[in-house]
Design a protein around this ligand. Structure first.
Ligand SMILES: NC(=O)c1ccc[n+]([C@@H]2O[C@H](COP(=O)([O-])OP(=O)(O)OC[C@H]3O[C@@H](n4cnc5c(N)ncnc54)[C@H](OP(=O)(O)O)[C@@H]3O)[C@@H](O)[C@H]2O)c1
Length: 266
């Protein structure tokens, strides 16, 4: 097996950390990301020691600050030559104060705007790969994206902000696949209520192991059988590609989101 360079955002916990550990154990060059430098350093050492693979690096950026996302992309561009697989996994459900300094909802930034910005700023590195791939973490929770969700001081409940951000990343994933036929781009619901920190904080119970989500991330990241599935949605509650929210098949919903996103990000 050829070893790939795989960048997983939000790999200091949950299914991202577990997927990173599995990929490092298989010998891949794994690039970790977290928002907390101490936690990132600890996880990096843990993964190196568990996997016996020294080819593990880490970058810090808080995705609730879009300038940090831009700086992260610049640093990765300076230090890396290629990214074969980008897993846009970092995500958040509950936050004490959901409105960030720039006035936007933190869930919309971390779960949608940050991966959009990071991916577009890392395009040259992805295009250096022979077979580039992007896995975008969506969810079974998908709700029509309201214009209000990307306005300043939006007043969304945790469930609304999460479900709208998760449909937003899915709509953009479909659009990105159309625009970049050279990159296999797949949106993923890793399975509902997996045993992770996010789920414990949000629901206080779980239905399935975190391994269920990590294993599908690993498979979609490296298995050649998915090359023809760009622009699709893998629903791991069903264990197969499936239908997303109806908005994902309406050009108007995608266009409106893209216009608003470009307005915000320039
Ligand atoms: N678990 C499920 O059942 C489930 C179901 C559907 C979809 N998903 C999606 O799967 C992904 C991973 O979820 P998980 O359950 O593994 O969650 P998790 O255990 O809470 O891990 C989330 C990761 O994202 C990072 N993160 C959170 N806020 C961030 C910020 N502001 N800036 C940068 N990184 C940040 C976390 O960093 P820290 O370590 O510092 O907290 C952590 O590394 C998410 O996108 C989630 O929406 C999960």
């Amino acid at each position: 097996m050829t070893h790939k360079t795989i960048f997983i955002t939000g790999s200091t916990d949950g299914i991202g950390k577990l997927a990173a550990t599995k990929l490092a154990t298989s010998g891949h060059h794994v690039i970790l990301h977290g928002r907390n430098p101490e936690k990132l350093a600890k996880v990096k050492n843990e993964i190196i020691s568990l996997s016996g693979n020294e080819n593990v690096e880490g970058y810090v950026a808080d995705f609730s600050n879009l300038d940090e996302v831009r700086r992260l992309a610049n640093k990765v561009q300076e230090e890396q030559s290629t990214i074969d697989v980008l897993v846009n996994n970092a995500g958040i459900f509950k936050v004490a104060d959901p409105i960030a300094k720039n006035g936007l909802d933190i869930r919309m930034m971390v779960n949608y705007l940050a991966p959009y910005l990071l991916t577009n700023n890392l395009l040259p590195l992805l295009q250096n790969s022979k077979e580039p791939r992007i896995i975008n973490l969506s969810s079974a929770a998908q709700e029509s994206v309201s214009l209000q969700s990307l306005e300043k001081n939006s007043n969304l409940s945790d469930n609304q902000a999460y479900a709208q951000s998760k449909l937003a990343i899915l709509l953009w994933s479909f659009e990105f696949a159309e625009l970049h036929k050279d990159i296999t781009t797949i949106a993923l619901n890793p399975g509902s209520l997996l045993n992770t920190k996010m789920v414990k904080e949000a629901y206080g119970k779980f239905w399935s192991s975190a391994d269920k989500g990590a294993d599908i991330i690993v498979d979609l990241a490296i298995n050649t059988k998915y090359i023809g599935n760009s622009g699709q949605y893998f629903d791991n509650d069903k264990g197969q590609f499936g239908s997303a929210h109806p908005d994902a098949y309406q050009n108007q919903s995608i266009e409106l989101l893209m216009i608003k996103t470009k307005e915000l990000l320039g």
